[in-house]
Design a protein around this ligand. Structure first.
Ligand SMILES: [Ca+2]
Length: 388
């Protein structure tokens, strides 16, 4: 993804509109957003917060006790086209302050996440738009072992001009605090992060501001829930400035790449035929499991229906091993080229491109690998990346 694909003129127009609305006293701009990094990204999840109550079919509430606050479901409301997290001075669950937040029930991975947010005024509160595993009850025991965490932004209300982005996997990386050039409690702004295999990039009002690159050793590759939360943390709130609210206009998630895997949230698109299939000791993409069968004629298939028409590149995660077939036959249907043969015993484990095809919206594409009986067919993940 390249920053140059952004449309700064459109962003400037949006900013001008925001300024006009603000001057007119309209606090919440309607239906304006910075949009995804390139047109190849498709919106695959969103909540515009246009209802009168939080959609609990989509969201769990953050209800843990952390830092200086306990989190309460009743502190989160939806009205006027936005979601609001109320920040209060009240005794609850052993704390003197309460905050709250939402945690998606669904897990996501690579893609561009965006929200528009207006911070509270007054110190002591820590707002974050971030990705990690969990149901919101206890961030340290919801998921074991602790998975990747990407903090698309963290803002401490004691320093409302400063933002940071962090990535936690095997290693820890942070941009450190830096000045956004505005007070995030004084108005609405758009905040995004693009989480990809190769790193995570932070966007403010549609402008790429910071990138944290990943190496394979960083291991920041998990399926994770999406969190929009505000807790009392890092500083002590001032009761004289409470209650207060942090307002969230919407949350949107866009994807350019779609992964179909034998395990995890997309395993419904994976199927096997023939005897002898078992889970391998060889890891698949991003530390997932892989499958294998040594029987002749067995097949593994991956199916994908794009959310938007376009040109998609098809890659298979090829697990190179001395026991793999020397040549693995792949078919892609429908496809503009093929069939394809992938070397199973030479080279290194990783993505191998099978082809690039135009797919109308709603067309299901199927990738099939067939075992020859010479060696053991290995099956893991196929990705479909929209390139045009
Ligand atoms: Ca896998």
């Amino acid at each position: 993804m390249s920053a140059s694909a952004f449309r700064p003129r459109a962003v400037l127009a949006v900013l001008a509109l925001l300024a006009a609305l603000s001057a007119a006293g309209l606090a919440r701009p309607a239906a304006v957003h910075a949009a995804a990094p390139t047109p190849q990204y498709a919106l695959t999840f969103d909540d515009e917060f246009n209802g009168t109550a939080v959609d609990t079919s989509v969201w769990n509430h953050r209800t843990d006790v952390r830092g200086n606050s306990a989190q309460r479901a009743e502190n989160v409301s939806e009205s006027g086209g936005a979601m609001h997290i109320a920040l209060k001075a009240e005794s609850y669950n052993g704390k003197s302050f309460t905050g709250g937040g939402l945690v998606s029930k669904a897990k996501f991975r690579y893609g561009y996440y965006e929200t528009r947010m207006r911070l509270n005024t007054g110190p002591g509160w820590h707002s974050a738009f971030w990705s990690t595993c969990g149901a919101g009850h206890d961030i340290f025991s919801d998921c074991k072992p602790r998975p990747s965490e990407i903090d698309g932004f963290e803002i401490d209300s004691a320093s409302p001009r400063d933002i940071r982005m962090n990535a936690y996997g095997t290693t820890t990386s942070t941009t450190g605090n830096y000045d956004m050039g505005f007070d995030s409690s004084a108005g609405w702004h758009t905040y995004g992060y693009d989480y990809e295999e190769t790193g995570v990039s932070q966007y403010i009002d549609g402008v790429l501001t910071r990138t944290i690159p990943f190496s394979a050793a960083d291991n920041v590759q998990d399926w994770v829930n999406l969190w929009l939360t505000t807790i009392a943390f890092n500083n002590t709130p001032d009761p004289a400035q409470l209650p207060a609210t942090v307002d969230w206009d919407y949350v949107r998630y866009y994807q350019q790449g779609y992964y179909v895997d034998n395990d995890g949230p997309t395993q419904a698109g994976y199927s096997e035929s023939g005897p002898g299939w078992a889970t391998s000791s060889l890891p698949g993409f991003a530390h997932s499991t892989s499958r294998y069968s040594c029987s002749p004629g067995v097949r593994a298939s991956w199916t994908f229906t794009p959310p938007a028409g376009g040109t998609y590149r098809v890659d298979t995660w090829n697990i190179v091993d001395p026991a793999s077939p020397p040549d693995i036959a792949y078919t892609v249907s429908p496809a503009e080229a093929g069939p394809h043969t992938v070397a199973g015993r030479s080279g290194t484990t990783g993505w191998v491109t099978l082809g690039t095809d135009r797919l109308p919206a709603g067309t299901t594409q199927t990738v099939t690998a067939t075992g020859s009986g010479t060696g053991c067919l290995r099956a893991d993940s196929v990705r479909f990346v929209r390139v045009a």
